[in-house]
Design a protein around this ligand. Structure first.
Ligand code: PFF
Length: 453
């Protein structure tokens, strides 16, 4: 009978600490920057609906599975997978899953940091008052000028990577708990301010209609894949980030309840962000499908016009950076912990190594907005390719493998013992989802079996 493992890297002080850290990982640029532009590109309502279904059918069950694996293994995802496959008499190759996660984390962070850099630069724009009474044309120019300058992007990307490395080098700490506890609600409050502004301008219902009226003719293979990818990305699933946070979770905490709380917080912020942004888009006759620049082209217009806009705008972008920061930490944590375990490096050295590699890869994204703009592979720039490869392929694939491992390779007694759900009906429902629905659903979306609904 395998004994319970303890983590050499410490444990969360409470269940709330875990919820806060996992919510910090989940809520980030994915909710505020990516979700609105993906919804805008994929026709609104139908995308939102499929995204929500994907969260319920794949996201929540996989999140529970990941937390459970993390808590059982109590090491980096690579070593957790290696050790559990031994304990469970499963094939050694399951260890590869951890590797795939480390790679996905580094790749995601490489472009995540560049976008977080955009947010940093908007903190400066906001404080300097340059967003005051800004017109659509000027807001468009501000953004195009920013991304056209590789040096400026490198500066902000470097700053954000340094911020991430400093926190990771010091270890997952109470600082993270505090930051998430106070700053996330503050961010949600500011999004509510934006929604209030939209309501006062009279365009709120247009946004609501766009987000919640599904036009099923818009659903195709690409929309399905994007919505599934967004569900994984937004919940930080499929790469070991949640697994590693699970490894610090105390033995007594309820995995089901904590996962539910994290998923709920994540969806709420994404939906609120959409509700804040689309009314501004329609009020100013902007393009909903304009891509990654969406929030940077629209929000300055609202902050430029509303009373107290300089303060609200500055606060908003500062909090957005914080949200990105608490996510970036979890993206690099699996790689850092693995280096510490494997090579006996200090956290500081491991963070410097992982951070430097990620920074270097990030230059590809920086250049994809300017000097390499015209270089494409499969019609995608470096940034688009990295985003597609990680969100739409690597994360769902990681999630699929986690579901298969938990549902088919682990002994049921171990699973039951670790997940410790009080309701046997809910346990059976979860087990059914993880064994059948999740793997089959992900595969179907992957292999274009569902062409057009
Ligand atoms: N969930 C984060 C966001 O929505 O911004 C991004 C992310 C973090 C993805 C950690 C994956 C991950 F492992």
């Amino acid at each position: 009978m395998p004994t319970k493992n303890t983590s050499i890297h410490g444990e969360w002080s409470s269940r709330l600490a875990f919820i806060l850290a996992a919510a910090g990982s989940a809520v980030g640029l994915g909710n505020i920057w990516k979700f609105p532009y993906m919804a805008g590109e994929n026709g609104g309502g139908a995308f939102v609906l499929i995204y929500l279904i994907c969260i319920a059918v794949f996201g929540l069950p996989i999140m529970m599975a990941e937390v459970m694996l993390g808590r059982r293994g109590r090491q980096s995802p690579i070593n957790t997978m290696k050790m559990l496959s031994q304990q469970e008499n499963a094939h050694k190759a399951w260890g590869l899953l951890g590797w795939c996660g480390v790679l996905a984390g580094v790749l995601i962070l490489s472009y995540y940091s560049v976008i977080a850099g955009w947010s940093l630069s908007y903190v400066l724009e906001s404080t300097s008052g340059s967003l005051r009474y800004i017109t659509e044309t000027k807001a468009g120019e501000l953004f195009s000028n920013l991304i056209a300058s590789s040096l400026t992007l490198i500066f902000w990307h470097t700053l954000f990577m340094l911020m991430t490395m400093i926190v990771v080098a010091r270890g997952v700490s109470n600082g993270l708990e505090m930051a998430v506890k106070y700053l996330m609600p503050a961010l949600a409050a500011l999004i509510l301010v934006l929604i209030g502004y939209s309501i006062s301008q009279g365009y709120f219902m247009l946004g609501v209609k766009f987000m919640f009226t599904p036009d099923f003719s818009k659903i195709n293979q690409a929309v399905l894949l994007d919505a599934m990818g967004q569900a994984f990305f937004s919940l930080s699933l499929g790469m070991g980030a949640i697994m590693i946070y699970g490894s610090y979770l105390s033995q007594h905490a309820s995995i089901a309840k904590t996962s539910f709380a994290v998923a709920l917080a994540d969806i709420t912020v994404a939906i609120l962000a959409g509700l804040a942004i689309f009314p501004i888009v329609f009020a100013n006759q902007l393009e909903a499908a304009q891509g990654p620049g969406l929030i940077f082209n629209t929000l300055p217009l609202a902050f430029g016009q509303m009373p107290g806009g300089v303060i609200f705008g500055t606060l908003f972008f500062v909090l957005l950076v914080f949200a990105a920061w608490t996510s970036s930490i979890s993206l690099i944590e699996p790689a850092v912990v693995w280096l510490v375990e494997r090579c006996g490096l200090t956290r500081i050295k491991a963070s410097v190594i992982c951070g430097s590699v990620t920074w270097l890869v990030g230059l590809g994204t920086v250049f994809s907005f300017n000097i390499w703009k015209t270089y494409t592979v499969f019609d995608k720039t470096v940034f688009e390719l990295l985003d597609f490869l990680t969100s739409n392929i690597m994360l769902p694939l990681g999630g699929l493998l986690i579901a298969v491992f938990v549902g088919w390779s682990m002994r049921e007694s171990s699973v039951k013992d670790e997940i410790a759900m009080s309701s046997s009906m809910l346990y059976q429902a979860w087990r059914f989802l993880i064994r059948f629905v999740t793997p089959v659903g992900v595969l179907l979306i992957f292999f274009r079996v569902i062409e057009i609904i």
